[in-house]
Design a protein around this ligand. Structure first.
Ligand SMILES: Cc1ncc(COP(=O)(O)O)c(C=O)c1O
Length: 382
C-alpha cells in the first residue's frame, strides 16, 4: 500500500534557499564563499534589543501571549506609524505575526477562499505565488518590466488579470528594489476599491530606500492588508517577528485563525523587539552601508558587461538582465558559485517564465565582500 502525500507539498522550492545550502556546503568543505544570494542583513539585532532579550530571559516567564501579540509592542508600532509616516492607526488593528511569512498565511486565509484569484507581479517574491498555490488559491501573474518600473499598473491588471479577488504589491520590491510612488500608488489603491479587489501591500523593505521614502498603503485604503516585518530594516531576521495592519471588520477572522494556527508569535522576540524602535541611528547607519554597496555594484557590474539593471530605489537587491550571457540562469549561478565562490540567485526564483535571463545580486553583506565579489565576477567574465 502506498500512503498518500498531499499535492500541496509539491509547490516549487524557494530556490534561493537551495543556493544558500550549496554555498554553505562549499564553505563547510573549506571553500571560500561570498554570499550575495540570500536577502538578509549581514548585521545582528541592535544592542538594545539584545539587552532587552537578556532582561526578558532573566525576568519573564515567556509563556504564550495574546494571539495578536503583547499590547506594548502593538502600541509602539502604532506610534511608529505616527512618527514615521504621519499616519494615525489604532493599535487594535495591529497584529503581531511570526515574520511577514506568518502574515501571508494568515492574510491569504482570512481574505480568500479556495479557487479565488490573486494577482501578483512577475518578477516578484516567489513565496507569494507558492503559498497561494499551497492554499488552493490561484495566482494570476502580471508580467512587469522596465517600462512600468517593474511594478503593476491598473492598465496591466486589465490586460492580464481581470476578475481577480486580490492583488499583492511590494514597494520596494524583491527582486528589483523598484518602488510605486504617488500618484501610481493611489491609482492602484483606487482600482482595487472600485473593483472589490482586496489589496495586500508587502511593506517589508520600508526604511531601506535610497531616494524618496516609501509610502504606506494604510494611509490610502482602510480595506487593504498591510504586511511588515522586523527582518530587514530592523535587522532581526532570525527573531521571526512581523506585523500586519488589518481592516477593522476582519479582526475576528484573523483572531480565530491566528489562535488556532499559531497560538501566539514568539514571546521573547516580542519583548525584545519593542526596543528596536529606539535604535534608528544604528539602523540608519546600516542602511548607509547598503547605499555604499549599491553604488559599488552599480559602478562595477557594467565593467563585467552587466549593465541592464533595474533601478534599485530601495531594498538591497540588483536585478540584472544577463540574457547576453545565458538562457539558463540556474546553471549560470551554479557555475559561478563552483568556479569563483560567488553565490547569487537565479531569476527563475522570481519569474518562472522569463527569469532564465536574469540574476539577482543581494548587497546586504559587508562592503569588503561585495567589493571582492565584484572583482571575481569581472575576472570570471573577462
Ligand atoms: C518581499 C519579501 N516579503 C517577505 C519576506 C519574508 O520575510 P520574513 O518572513 O522574514 O518577515 C521576504 C524575505 O526575503 C521578502 O523579500
Amino acid at each position: 500500500m502506498t500512503l498518500k502525500i498531499a499535492d500541496r507539498g509539491t509547490i516549487s522550492p524557494f530556490i534561493v534557499m537551495d543556493v544558500m545550502r550549496a554555498a554553505n556546503e562549499r564553505a563547510a568543505l573549506g571553500g571560500d564563499v561570498l554570499h550575495l544570494e540570500v536577502g538578509q542583513p549581514g548585521t545582528a539585532a541592535p544592542r538594545r534589543v539584545i539587552e532587552a532579550a537578556k532582561t526578558a530571559l532573566d525576568h519573564d516567564r515567556l509563556g504564550y501571549t495574546d494571539s495578536f501579540g503583547v499590547p506594548e509592542l502593538r502600541r509602539r508600532i502604532a506610534r511608529h506609524y505616527h512618527d514615521y509616516y504621519g499616519t494615525d492607526i489604532s493599535a487594535e488593528r495591529i497584529i503581531i505575526t511570526t515574520g511577514s511569512s506568518g502574515g501571508f498565511v494568515l492574510s491569504f486565509l482570512s481574505a480568500f477562499d479556495a479557487g479565488d484569484r490573486v494577482a501578483l507581479a512577475a518578477p516578484g517574491y516567489s513565496a507569494y505565488r507558492n503559498i497561494l498555490i499551497a492554499l488552493d488559491i490561484e495566482p494570476v501573474v502580471i508580467p512587469v518590466g522596465p517600462d512600468t518600473n517593474f511594478q503593476p499598473t491598473p492598465e496591466l491588471i486589465i490586460e492580464h488579470a481581470q476578475s481577480i479577488d486580490g492583488l499583492i504589491i511590494a514597494s520596494p520590491s524583491n527582486p528589483t528594489g523598484t518602488m510605486i510612488h504617488e500618484p501610481a500608488l493611489a491609482l492602484l489603491s483606487d482600482y482595487c476599491r472600485d473593483h472589490d479587489v482586496r489589496l495586500i501591500s508587502d511593506e517589508i523593505y520600508h526604511g531601506i530606500t535610497y531616494g524618496p521614502k516609501a509610502q504606506t498603503v494604510c494611509a490610502l485604503n482602510d480595506d487593504a492588508i498591510i504586511i511588515n516585518s522586523f527582518s530587514k530594516y530592523f535587522s532581526m531576521t532570525g527573531w521571526r517577528l512581523g506585523w500586519m495592519i488589518v481592516p477593522a471588520n476582519m479582526l475576528r477572522s484573523f483572531e480565530c485563525l491566528s489562535q488556532n494556527l499559531f497560538i501566539s508569535p514568539p514571546t521573547l522576540s516580542q519583548l525584545a523587539g519593542t526596543a528596536v524602535f529606539e535604535c534608528t541611528d544604528e539602523l540608519d547607519a546600516i542602511v548607509a552601508g547598503y547605499a555604499e554597496n549599491r553604488s559599488l555594484l552599480l559602478a562595477e557590474l557594467p565593467k563585467a558587461g552587466i549593465d541592464k539593471l533595474a533601478a534599485a530605489e530601495g531594498a538591497f537587491y540588483l536585478y540584472a538582465d544577463v540574457g547576453h550571457l545565458t538562457n539558463d540562469s540556474y546553471s549560470f549561478c551554479q557555475k559561478l558559485l563552483a568556479e569563483t565562490g560567488v553565490a547569487i540567485t537565479p531569476g527563475v526564483d522570481f519569474d518562472p517564465d522569463r527569469g532564465n535571463r536574469f540574476v539577482r545580486f543581494s548587497f546586504a553583506g559587508p562592503n569588503s565582500d561585495i567589493a571582492k565579489a565584484a572583482e571575481k565576477l569581472i575576472d570570471w567574465l573577462r
